[in-house]
Write a protein that binds this ligand. Sequence first.
Ligand SMILES: Nc1ncnc2c1ncn2[C@@H]1O[C@H](COP(=O)(O)OP(=O)(O)OP(=O)(O)O)[C@@H](O)[C@H]1O
Ligand SMILES: [Mg+2]
Length: 319
Amino acid sequence: MIEAMWVEKYRPDKINEISGQKEVVERLAGYLKSRNLPNMLFAGPPGTGKTTAAIALAKELFGKNWKANFLELNASDERGIDVVRGKIKSFARTQAIGGDFKIIFLDEADALTKDAQHAMRRTMEMFTNTCRFILSCNYSGKIIEPIQSRCALFRFRPLEKEEIESKIRQIAKGEKLDITSDGMEAVLYVCEGDLRKAINLLQSASAFGEKIDEKLIYKVVAKAGPEDIREILETALGGDFMKARERLRELIITYGMSGEDVVEQFHKEVFKLKIPEDAKVKLADIIGEYDFRLVEGSNELIQLEALLAQFVSIGRGAK
Ligand SMILES: Nc1ncnc2c1ncn2[C@@H]1O[C@H](COP(=O)(O)OP(=O)(O)OP(=O)(O)O)[C@@H](O)[C@H]1O
Ligand SMILES: [Mg+2]
């Protein structure tokens, strides 16, 4: 049997069970009380509760019948805006069951072109009496003004560490896992405020056993831990180029990391190093340059080694 995805199993059914997003939750709870919704725009990074909030609204408003009154569409999945509009039209044609309106949830609305968004806006207008639209996007800036002005905007934020930690503890308890404190730190470090990522990580790690520690987490994400990265940086800044280069090669092989992953992690760690401010400025500048070169498709290993060489010379200058 394929095990259920924990992101679904532990997805909250009620608005006030959503982790964090205090302001969003308060405003949505107000709409629930009045049993009326405006058209809405949910904006924020992945895995922070946008789809969850939309489904929870439908469940709380419509109860058992929620699925009949809720249509979820993915703007970027579909074969174009005409297909999306066709689906909306046929869904909107029938009356809501046990409610005054139906909810149409359009995920990844920011993937629509401007023209498609204008077409969407006309469709929204056509069904204002019978439907409420919830548009979800990562960047509200990519949504055209005429849609923004017709929607109440809700900003979802990356979740705080404590919020993720308490959800992960709840799941670990439910699944009888023993998560060590360094294991928890590792989850929080890797997920960067994305609760979906944190939950998926925990589930993948659980396949290896009940004890979840730091080592296991980094094995599962195929990412070097912050300590590994820091060690390389410090070795290079300390002037030992050959050793830094060797450690870097080991990491790339062990974890199958891409050049861009490595640069991203360098970027994350560099500001935590105990080195003078102006050295950090130089390093940040150089990291930006190499990030660009990698995106442009240069040879990864050559570029990463050249980056380390730069670290070595900056390390010499800082002494
Ligand atoms: N704020 C939250 N409270 C509780 N659970 C959450 C929250 N955010 C995310 N989750 C968990 O992560 C999973 C994914 O979240 P969700 O689908 O709501 O993300 P999203 O914001 O819609 O992301 P995307 O932009 O990728 O569509 C959910 O099934 C749920 O288990
Ligand atoms: Mg979503």
